[in-house]
Design a protein around this ligand. Structure first.
Ligand SMILES: Nc1ncnc2c1ncn2[C@@H]1O[C@H](COP(=O)(O)OP(=O)(O)O)[C@@H](O)[C@H]1O
Ligand SMILES: [Mg+2]
Length: 206
């Protein structure tokens, strides 16, 4: 039977980059969940305030089940960890990034400070990881740190683990050990954010 993988994680942890590269290394089809949802008209409604689509995850799961389980050999790039049935997936790759590094990546995307802080705090406490662990068998979950190293090295590392069907048992990442005070982290992010907006203002053509 072919492989079904899911790559999940907070925005900016590298899902799209890693999932596409991994798909080419392992010879799998790449599926972007958001594109899939929009193409099939599975979005319920657009939340203007949050700038995101609301979806009925159970409905999407059933659609994915009938679309991918016959062909398999696919890698799903998804912000929502629990979008596949446990039995439909072989490995769940949860990408993790140091919160401050993640904040810098999101600043580079031009996101608002509020949205950056919301996402970085979700990464700080490991929201995606705990959702993945709640939904899937623990032995299917592989956590990968994408803070450092090249995406190519990271992908070869993941490909090796998958080929050997090895699951790392090194204990889960806990960023709160590095950033014990969330208020301090917030002010660090605010500083970097303000610095970068000063730079982009001074470098914009007048
Ligand atoms: N080691 C790394 N792994 C993944 N992405 C990295 C890494 N180092 C830097 N990046 C950068 O982080 C960003 C991740 O973006 P993307 O793949 O779109 O994330 P996501 O799909 O999770 O929002 C890219 O701009 C990428 O160049
Ligand atoms: Mg993406």
């Amino acid at each position: 039977m072919g492989l079904v993988l899911i790559v999940t994680g907070t925005p900016g942890t590298g899902k799209t980059l890693i999932a596409k590269k991994l798909a080419s290394i392992l010879g799998l089809r790449y599926l972007n969940l958001l594109d899939y949802i929009l193409e099939r008209g599975l979005a319920e409604r657009y939340d203007e305030e949050r700038k995101s689509w609301e979806v009925d995850t159970e409905k999407v799961r059933r659609f994915l089940h009938s679309d991918i389980t016959t062909t398999r050999n696919i890698i799903v790039d998804s912000l929502i960890p629990d979008i596949l049935f446990n039995d439909d997936v072989d490995f769940v790759i949860v990408l993790r990034t140091d919160p401050l590094v993640l904040a810098k990546r999101l600043i580079a995307r031009g996101w608002s400070l509020e949205k950056i802080i919301e996402n970085v705090e979700a990464e700080l406490i490991g929201v995606c990881l705990s959702e993945a662990l709640d939904w899937y068998d623990e032995e299917k979950v592989i956590e990968i740190d994408t803070t450092e190293g090249t995406p190519s090295d990271i992908c070869h590392d993941i490909a090796g683990l998958i080929r050997r069907k090895v699951v790392r048992r090194q204990g889960w990442i806990d960023w709160t050990l590095k950033y014990p005070d969330p208020f301090e982290l917030r002010s660090l992010i605010r500083e970097v954010y303000e610095e970068s907006s000063v730079i982009s203002n001074s470098s914009s053509p007048s």
